[in-house]
Design a protein around this ligand. Structure first.
Ligand code: PGA
Length: 302
């Protein structure tokens, strides 16, 4: 059989519309051109594909078989075109992302893996606190965010992709190091270096202590995890931070995790975007990437 894709395409339209005239209109061809292609196709196939009864045309049995295959071929080609279009969009795409301060511990690593996969795409990354990040989404300044659980909001799509344990850290020479388990109430006698108001870590910490009827003392407030780690190492108090921010300090033993009762406080990381936001191909690709590989990437932190 020596049929061409053009013949199949024309056949698919004639078979769907059961009219040479309407098919010719849809294909922007003349009616004789359409009839000619069908005639050649029938010759190639060696069987009649249509029969004419009165002024109407009908598919023969061979025509029905051919229609089944021509439809699925046309759909496949359409799908291939769509995928290729998306890839064009991906390689030239720009990802506008904003992440919570703590998520920066793994965001750069995640983005570098992603960019390697989608060469040609560019990324604009903002690292900011939770309140500002929510405003950026609301005002359509950023397409997608990585953050701790956002407030309930019907306008947001919120998808978890990894756990985020908050732990109590201390300098290696802190008197509580080595005690285990440390009763929770002991923390009331300690001083803490804490994150700023508006931080997800701070909110989770406050909620946790309120639920356990404890009030703790803070000596200092800082808006960066790096600063908290430095202050804790310098002996200014205990810190409560995401475990994802201290891998290096644990490895070099500059900080230790205290074995406190009821810890860690288990939070999660979420991908968040506005419901009505039409995600660009690159943003959709990033979302799929994080949902499928994010958890693994975080667990491989150095
Ligand atoms: P944070 O965010 O850096 O604002 O604390 C992390 C979180 O929400 O858990």
């Amino acid at each position: 059989m020596n049929l061409t894709f053009r013949q199949l395409k024309i056949f698919e339209v004639v078979a769907r519309r059961l009219s040479y005239t309407r098919a010719a209109e849809e294909l922007h061809l003349s009616q004789p051109a359409v009839s000619m292609q069908i005639k050649q196709l029938e010759e190639n196939v060696g069987l009649p594909l249509f029969e004419q009864l009165g002024r109407k045309i009908y598919l023969t049995e061979a025509g029905q078989e051919m229609y089944h295959y021509s439809r699925s071929i046309a759909q496949q080609v359409e799908e291939a075109e769509e995928v290729l279009e998306q890839l064009k969009g991906l390689s030239a795409g720009r990802l506008e992302i904003t992440v919570a301060t703590t998520a920066n511990a793994f965001a750069t690593r995640m983005l570098s893996r992603f960019s390697r996969k989608y060469e040609g795409s560019t990324v604009s990354l903002d690292v900011t606190n939770r309140e500002h990040l929510l405003r950026q989404l609301a005002e359509n300044e950023k397409d997608i965010a990585i953050m701790g659980r956002p407030p309930e909001d019907a306008d947001l799509v919120i998808e978890p992709f990894a756990e985020n344990p908050l732990v109590v850290v201390a300098a290696p020479d802190h008197p509580l190091v080595g005690q285990q388990p440390i009763p929770l109430y002991t923390l009331q006698q300690q001083t803490f270096v804490v994150r700023e108001l508006g931080s997800g870590t701070r909110t989770a910490m406050q909620r946790f202590f309120a639920e356990h009827n404890l009030s703790i003392t803070s000596s200092m407030e800082m808006n960066e995890n790096e600063a908290i780690k430095q202050a804790v190492q310098a002996g200014m108090g205990l810190g409560i931070v995401s475990r994802h921010t201290i891998e290096l300090e644990l490895e070099t033993k500059r900080l230790l995790i205290l074995d406190v009762e009821d810890f860690p406080i288990m939070r999660h990381w979420y991908l968040v975007h506005r419901k009505e936001k039409r995600l660009s191909p690159i943003t959709r690709a990033f979302k799929d990437f994080v949902l499928s590989e994010g958890r693994n990437l975080i667990s491989q932190l150095p």
